[in-house]
Design a binder for this molecule. Sequence first.
Ligand code: ATP
Length: 276
Amino acid sequence: MPDDQRRPELLKTTGLGVHYGGVVAVDGVDLTIGRGELVGLIGPNGAGKTTTVDAISGFTTHSGRVVLDGADLSERSPHERARAGLARTWQSVELFEDLTVRQHCEVAANRAGLFDLFADAVWPKRARERSAVEAALESMELTGVADERPSELPHGTQKLVGVARALAAEPEVLLLDEPAAGLDSAESEHFGHRLRSIVDAGTSALLIDHDTQLVMNVCDCVYVLDFGSVITSGPPEEVRNDPRVIEAYLGVGAERNARKASDPRPEDDTEGGSWR
Ligand code: ATP
């Protein structure tokens, strides 16, 4: 997709690379998220999607550059990147047993920084945090379960708690790692509409999901990873028909078996072979 057809750039990775011993998990990924854009990142199991988010958010050592709104974050720690405006969700949810849904959001909303010192003078911090928390809960339709603990909720709803927690930090860019896993197809479609509204209201986002229907339906631009490299990117209608993408997905069965034999990590229960 030509850059002049994209929105002004907000997040940009250049030559992003991650290796684990001899495994090259991410290999020279150049990826751009425009201001107010919803960008999809898809690819078969083991393609490097989660590792790309790990690298952008600073949770794994990487080569290459990560630049947010002109600021180079490449050498920064995860919490510094979060403070700069990156928020992520986790594939494995990672919620706390002892906290209610609302408390998860309150913890995320409480980001003390220099800006807050000035902002506190004109708008008390508690009121600001409360409004961010309530907005995050509402956007994921969790207000009704805000006082429950995540373990009391279905898995799909727990994933939405992870998204609400990330939103409560009022990020510039939201990095979503399989937020719709555990939702049925109607819930997934509904989630897509909600996500689109969040982006249209000003928060840019990167969406990883194995539900390619969801990604293709809601994203402005889609990147496809295979073996750690971007094989194509562009508007969903172009990417959907790209023979390289079809090949990457249809060839996935044999590849997964080969990886399974060499990768000691347990596989998750998501499917990498679904297409269209
Ligand atoms: P999935 O769709 O199954 O979540 P993915 O596209 O997110 O897959 P990654 O989890 O990023 O892929 O993995 C990319 C490659 O890096 C795989 O070969 C994986 O086995 C390897 N890998 C990821 N994390 C580690 C790790 N901590 N140690 C060793 N290898 C890893």
